[in-house]
Design a protein around this ligand. Structure first.
Ligand SMILES: [Zn+2]
Length: 336
């Protein structure tokens, strides 16, 4: 695998992997279209002990690769291991566009404001300046269409997003050079039966495929098995007059859990749980301000939900905002 910034003698496109090489985080793949132009697919944070090929890590987020060729950034989805180094990329002087899907463009500012405060600066003026630069750079593009990029040296390059079924707005990205050579970047891929999300779509036929392998060595249980296990745990905890704590705050996972909980409560409504509490009174507390904000945006993005989720809305159910859901939005409320 090519590890340096030195371009080969041979033809284009060429690939540099600036992250997610030896570990699964820090995704940043540079698709080099010509000696003077390239596109960066994702710019993620390293997590755990993962390090980049040139030494970047969770402790040293300085951009460790040459950004002078990069004409555009394209994001597969807004998880931090795919977008978390963007503040440092802008800090290093990147001034081009950042392409992503419509839902990602709504979710990204929430993710990056938090990342900026934690990693760069909490000064309101700095945060404001960064957010303004980010908003100006963001270009939402629809799924399923080829979008021409403006490359400084006139190279003809296009990108296309396809649904990846991983979190709302997630996409696989295809890059096409000179109208013919296609490289597909899978991003993170979801299962066909994931809650809320439409099924992943097949990408176009490709000459080169760059694919994630995070769970490549594991078999996932089916959705029905997961639903049943969640329901069993819930019933057991409540029969014991207990509390169920689910340590989940990640984007996507949290909303899937809320969605499945609503389904359990809907199904069990009227059934006796124990003598003094019925299902409609079961309090569900979402104790994470960030998760609350994501959930709010997930609700607003209802046109991007799958048919099953929208069917529930039509039946007057509120899959992500049912009555007994309490969200904790402040430290004071959390302490209480
Ligand atoms: Zn992800």
């Amino acid at each position: 695998m090519e590890r340096s910034n030195n371009l080969p003698e041979g033809g284009f496109p060429h690939l540099f992997h600036h992250g997610a090489v030896r570990g699964v985080t820090g995704s940043a793949h540079e698709w080099v279209a010509s000696p003077g132009s390239s596109v960066l697919i994702d710019c993620g944070l390293f997590q755990g002990g993962d390090v980049g090929p040139a030494g970047a890590s969770a402790d040293d987020l300085a951009i460790d690769f040459d950004i002078s060729r990069i004409q555009a950034v394209v994001l597969t989805h807004v998880h931090i291991d795919h977008v978390g180094r963007l503040p440092w990329l802008l800090g290093a002087g990147y001034v081009g566009p950042i392409y992503c899907s419509g839902p990602s463009a709504k979710l990204l500012p929430i993710v990056l404001e938090d990342a900026f405060r934690l990693g760069v600066s909490r000064k309101p003026a700095d945060v404001e300046r960064f957010m303004a630069r980010l908003e100006a750079a963001l270009v939402p593009v629809p799924f399923g269409y080829w979008h021409a990029l403006e490359m400084a040296d006139g190279t003809v390059a296009e990108i296309r997003l396809g649904r990846a079924g991983h979190i709302l707005g997630s996409a696989h990205v295809s890059c096409r050079l000179a109208g013919e050579h296609i490289t597909v970047f899978s991003g993170d891929l979801g299962a066909a039966d994931a809650p809320i999300l439409p099924e992943p779509e097949p990408p176009p036929a490709a000459n080169v495929l760059v694919i994630e392998s995070t769970y490549g060595d594991r078999l996932h249980e089916g959705r029905e098995t997961r639903q049943q296990r969640l329901e069993d745990a819930l019933v057991r905890a409540l029969r014991d007059k207990g509390t169920l704590l689910i340590p989940a705050f990640s984007i996507g996972r949290t909303q899937e859990l809320l969605y499945e909980l609503e389904a359990i409560i809907h199904r069990q409504r009227g059934a006796a749980m124990h003598s003094f509490l019925d299902w409609d009174e079961l309090p569900i507390i979402l104790d994470s301000p960030l998760a609350s904000r994501f959930t709010q945006v997930y609700r607003e993005l209802e046109p991007y939900w799958d048919e099953e989720a929208r069917e529930r809305l039509r039946a007057d159910r509120r899959p992500l905002a049912f009555e007994q859901l309490l969200t904790v939005d402040s430290h004071e409320a959390h302490m209480k």
